[in-house]
Every structure is written in structure tokens, then in C-alpha cells.
Design a protein around this ligand. Structure first.
Ligand SMILES: [Zn+2]
Length: 104
């Protein structure tokens, strides 16, 4: 039993492969993430819509999922202001049975 195991760590001072102290620059992860080349523009802003008509079912329908949920502005690109108006419009439209409530 004089042979050293093959997986013995290097006794001499090897390359500094250990993790650095906290606060160091993060390396390794975080490669180039896939991004959409073109940033979406708020559809209402593009159309210069000042007031979202809650009676416009077909238009509102494109901003809700198939399950009837309101899509987040991240998906639709709607700006914060119009997203808020849109939420109100959709909720109103639900109350008058133009749009369905979220069904599971
Ligand atoms: Zn907008």
C-alpha cells in the first residue's frame, strides 16, 4: 500500500481554482441571453388610443389568455398606463359578459 491514489489532489501549489471571496465578480454563468431584437411597442400608444373601450370585445380579447386571464404587459408590450386602462376595461367587459372570467 505504497501507491498513491490516482485521484489525489496536487500537493504543489496549483492554479487558484477555488471560489473567490464573496463580492467577487460573477463568472461562468450569465452568457449571452437570447433577446428579442425589437422591443415591443404598446399597441395602444401606437394607435394613439386615449381611452380603451371596454365594449370592444375583439380587441380586448387579444390581451387575455385562452383561459381568460389578462396577459402581463411583458408579453403584450403594453405600457404601464395602458395596461392599467386595459385591466379596467377588461374587468368592465367581464361584468357585462363581453369577456369571460378566468376559467380553470
Ligand atoms: Zn401605451
Amino acid at each position: 500500500m505504497s501507491e498513491a491514489p490516482a485521484s489525489a489532489p496536487r500537493p504543489s501549489s496549483g492554479p487558484p481554482s477555488g471560489p473567490r471571496g464573496a463580492g467577487g465578480p460573477r463568472t461562468g454563468r450569465g452568457g449571452p441571453r437570447f433577446r428579442r431584437p425589437h422591443r415591443k411597442v404598446c399597441r395602444f400608444c401606437a394607435d394613439k388610443v386615449a381611452y380603451i373601450d371596454y365594449k370592444d370585445g375583439p380587441r380586448l380579447r387579444s390581451f387575455i389568455s385562452e383561459r381568460g386571464k389578462i396577459l402581463p404587459s411583458r408579453m403584450t408590450g403594453t405600457c404601464a398606463w395602458h395596461q392599467r386602462e386595459l385591466t379596467h376595461a377588461i374587468k368592465r367587459a367581464r361584468n357585462i359578459a363581453i369577456l369571460p372570467f378566468a376559467n380553470e
